[in-house]
Design a protein around this ligand. Structure first.
Ligand SMILES: Nc1ncnc2c1ncn2[C@@H]1O[C@H](COP(=O)(O)OP(=O)(O)OP(=O)(O)O)[C@@H](O)[C@H]1O
Ligand SMILES: [Mg+2]
Length: 256
């Protein structure tokens, strides 16, 4: 089992897309998956289609009411299980931000959950929001590894450098080096810029940069509009091949 947090402070780089499609790639191999939506935007939950709107059945209830994570899981056909988000999550920082042990809250919740569903039996993937606050720190503290999508443009490259600085600043509090895998997304082979950014990413992040790149792919962009992951929507698409390759790489490296 693994706990992976898909995180980047930069918005719109492919976090939700990657959380969903990596989860779906695992599910295709009959691996058990739990997706946790930890973003007040609730994009992942909106792709599920029926998961929105009930605060008491969302990750916010975990923070506000101490509802155990086990009680919040719902089915997601073809993907596994989901704990949905709610817009109210935006209040976690202001309401619970200074509470005791707040940074370890999700870690503790997942430890409790693993007593019910052993973690040896499934992979937990956390979809984070695009800013660093209590929610994202909770994910970083709970995760064994961060998967950091980086879109193939210059501002995203800068964002990735900023991410590395942020992680270096967090690690003394965390008291461990959190393993990270940077993943290039929206890679367009027709553009020299994509290769230039890849070269710089390799120079900067070395082994922490995934070999796999996720191509710019229309089927990947369309799939959420029909509430599907890429494998259910377009099994033979470039996007499906890329996410299958990402899973191969992560498994091959022992990260999953
Ligand atoms: N490989 C891809 N090819 C084409 N479109 C993509 C690809 N990956 C993501 N997108 C599109 O880019 C947009 C942003 O992706 P996504 O929502 O996954 O990013 P995010 O990092 O989760 O954003 P946020 O920071 O707002 O949570 C979406 O419209 C998504 O469909
Ligand atoms: Mg997102």
């Amino acid at each position: 089992m693994a706990r992976i947090a898909v995180f980047n402070q930069k918005g719109g780089v492919g976090k939700t897309t990657t959380a969903l499609n990596l989860g779906a790639a695992l599910a295709r191999l009959d691996r058990s998956v739990l997706l946790i939506d930890l973003d007040p935007q609730a994009h992942l939950s909106s792709i599920h289609g029926q998961a929105l709107g009930n605060v008491a059945a969302s990750t916010f209830a975990f923070y506000r009411d101490n509802t155990p994570l086990a009680a919040l899981e719902i089915d997601w056909t073809g993907v596994g299980r989901l704990i949905p988000a709610h817009a109210e999550l935006i209040r976690v920082d202001s309401v619970f931000g200074k509470g005791p042990n707040i940074l370890n809250r999700l870690n503790q919740g997942l430890n409790d959950l693993s007593a019910i569903t052993p973690e040896s039996e499934r992979t937990v993937i956390i979809d984070c929001c695009p800013f660093l606050g209590v929610l994202s720190l909770n994910a970083v503290f709970a995760a064994e590894r961060l998967l950091i999508p980086v879109a193939s443009d210059f501002l995203s490259l800068r964002g990735a450098m900023q991410m590395e600085k942020t992680l270096t600043a967090i690690e003394p509090v965390l008291k461990r080096r959190v393993g990270r895998s940077y993943l290039m997304t929206r890679f367009d082979r027709r553009r020299n810029m994509s290769f230039e950014i890849q070269r710089r990413m390799r120079e900067h992040f070395g082994e922490d940069l995934c070999e796999t790149v996720i191509s710019e792919n229309v089927a990947v962009a369309e799939a959420p509009s029909v509430n599907l992951d890429i494998f259910s929507h377009a099994e033979t698409s470039r996007g499906a091949q890329d996410y299958a390759a990402l899973l191969d790489e992560m498994t091959g490296k022992g990260f999953l």
